[in-house]
Design a protein around this ligand. Structure first.
Ligand code: PPE
Length: 307
């Protein structure tokens, strides 16, 4: 997806002009993929732009860094403030935000312990990740031939830059085969998640989503969906799901910051339900859409205004 240029990027405590946000070719993370990042969205609200669950995203960023033994040279509160500043100075009513913690220039070789740690935050307008058509009518999914990481090879709880090669391989395979998005199975063969989204299925009136032990990232949208679904009176459970459970599901959808809540129309050419977004999916999608814009009182705490 193309990037839309904005004014400023926050780099290590300073606001730098977009075109000057450059790094050295011997930047450590560029070679070995040891870095961590977040994907966050800001939405327009009655009181100006607000970042959805910003504190939770920054907490996850620091947890990802901790898993990789990366010592972030800022506090979470400083990164929360810097994120708000980045949205504010760029005058963006609505945007996608990409904080990145990376190992910079100064060391080469597989020991990253002495490499300098840098932090950047960029923000730009980003449209519908899986397309407006997908959001409205559902996406076509394919189970990938690539498995999700074994947690003892690559920890899926960390949002690590290099780990995304796995997602990209699955994404390319699905797109080249004519599908919209891939679903990855865990090394044990259970449904894990999509390339950049968590997955939900509705079976017998219950909403099911894979547990973290199936190798999924602990999604912030996933946790918002679980709360919304429970508040709507639905029964939600984190359980292991088989690919055949997807084929015979009444409804299915995916969730993620970039994608938001997107109905699944089919999996491996098996139509989900009647092929149109189901009623529970629709309801959750509507409430999520309103919640991120601060329109639902119950979820006002999720909306963090940039001031
Ligand atoms: N699983 C993976 C692997 C993942 O990357 C994401 C976010 C999720 C689940 C959903 O997590 P959350 O955003 O907290 O609900 N994927 C981000 C990156 C997308 C990208 O193309 O880059 C995102 O949605 O921002």
């Amino acid at each position: 997806m193309p990037i839309t240029k904005t004014e400023k990027i926050w780099m290590d405590g300073e606001l730098v002009d977009w075109d000057d946000a450059r790094i050295h070719i011997l930047t450590h993370t560029l070679h070995y993929g040891c870095g961590v990042f977040e994907g966050i969205r800001a939405y327009p609200t009655d009181s100006g732009p607000a970042v959805f669950r910003l504190t939770d995203h920054i907490t996850r960023l620091f947890n990802s860094a901790k898993i990789f033994l990366i010592d972030v040279p800022f506090t979470p509160a400083e990164i929360v403030e810097a994120t708000k500043t980045t949205v504010r100075v760029n005058g963006l009513p609505e945007c996608y935000i990409r904080p990145l913690v990376y190992l910079g220039y100064g060391e080469m070789g597989l020991n990253p312990l002495y490499a300098p740690v840098n932090v950047s935050i960029a923000a730009w307008p980003w449209g519908s990740y899986l397309g407006d058509e997908g959001v409205a009518n559902g996406v076509r999914m394919k189970i990938s031939s690539w498995r999700r990481h074994d947690p003892n090879a690559m920890p899926p709880a960390a949002k690590g830059t290099g780990m995304y090669i796995n997602s990209s391989m699955a994404k390319m395979e699905a797109l080249k085969a004519g599908y919209d998005e891939a679903i990855l199975l865990s090394p044990q063969g259970y449904v894990s998640e999509c390339t950049g989204e968590n997955i939900f299925v509705v079976r017998g009136g219950r909403i099911l989503t894979p547990p973290t032990s199936a190798g999924a990232l602990e999604g912030i949208t996933q946790s918002s969906v679980v709360t919304i679904a429970k508040d709507l009176g639905y029964d939600v459970e984190a359980v292991n799901i088989l690919r055949s459970d997807l084929y015979t599901a009444d409804e299915a959808f995916l969730s993620g910051t970039a994608a938001e809540v997107v109905p699944i129309a089919s999996v491996d050419d098996r139509v989900v339900g009647d092929g149109t977004p189901g009623p529970m999916t629709r309801r959750i999608q509507e409430v999520y859409h309103a919640a991120v814009r601060g329109e639902v009182d119950r979820y006002k705490d999720w909306v963090e205004h940039v001031g």
